[in-house]
Write a protein that binds this ligand. Structure first.
Ligand SMILES: [Zn+2]
Length: 246
């Protein structure tokens, strides 16, 4: 005759519905408590990686200038330059890209802010100062890769002149305080300076992408985390607090 053996848990194995609900609730509360920490940690990692990348970019730019009579690389050149049929930008291997020690699968990754999850030339996120430093090689200058650009020694205060910074297409460009500039997520590979004729109509601006701060690289080679307000876009050309001009 088969005898039933008493179970180790006294005939009441597993969890009741109420116990399960309590356990799930505790897990959810713990997750909600930890989530901000995870987000904050991720933001910190992205900011550090952005600074590392911008350090590579500014080092690359300075090396380029050293090899080219102090001329700064252009921000880009006109479509159909030499009949190539496409545009090249500052990060292209001809210019900064040739000097950047980053293993990339394409040229655009050089200008990629880690907080920008898309890899695309117009959505890269690290922007070059246009047009104080990086000029545009249009049809009139397309055969002059070196010759029309500013030179390093034209920069009066290299430690106070921004070269690269987190950049985006701003949706409220008329806001007078740059810290209020807002973006719907479109990143960019250049930022326009207030003396640029398209400053208002094409609002590609330096942008506080990293929790009210941005990463910026300066002409003396140092990289800082600061607010876009501190770069002085609210001030005119040659103002002592404008860090975007020569
Ligand atoms: Zn960034």
């Amino acid at each position: 005759m088969k005898q039933s053996t008493p179970s180790a848990c006294g005939g009441r194995c597993g969890f009741s519905l109420i116990e399960l609900v309590v356990i799930v609730a505790i897990i959810m509360i713990l997750a909600m408590m930890l989530m901000p920490n995870f987000r904050s940690a991720r933001h910190s990692v992205d900011r550090v990686n952005c600074a590392t990348r911008q350090r590579e970019c500014i080092n690359g730019l300075l090396l380029y200038a050293g090899d080219n009579q102090q001329f700064l690389p252009p921000v880009g050149h006109h479509r159909n330059w030499r009949g190539l049929g496409y545009e090249e930008w500052w990060m292209y291997r001809r210019w900064v890209g040739a000097y950047v020690n980053i293993l990339t699968t394409n040229q655009f990754e050089i200008a990629q802010c880690p907080s920008v999850r898309r890899s695309n030339i117009m959505l890269a996120g690290i922007g070059y100062n246009h047009q104080q430093l990086g000029i545009w090689l249009g049809p009139a200058t397309q055969e002059r890769v070196v010759g029309n650009q500013p030179q390093l020694f034209n920069i009066r205060a290299p430690a106070d002149t921004v070269v690269f910074a987190d950049s985006a297409w701003i949706t409220n460009p008329s806001a007078t305080n740059p810290a209020a500039w807002y973006s719907l997520g479109n990143a960019d590979h250049l930022f326009r300076t207030p003396d640029n004729p398209q400053y208002a109509s094409s609002p590609q601006r330096a942008y506080n992408r990293h929790q009210d701060r941005l990463v910026a690289a300066f002409a003396d080679g140092h990289v800082s985390v600061l607010s876009v307000t501190n770069l002085g876009f609210q001030y005119p050309l040659n103002h002592p607090l404008a860090k975007w001009d020569l």
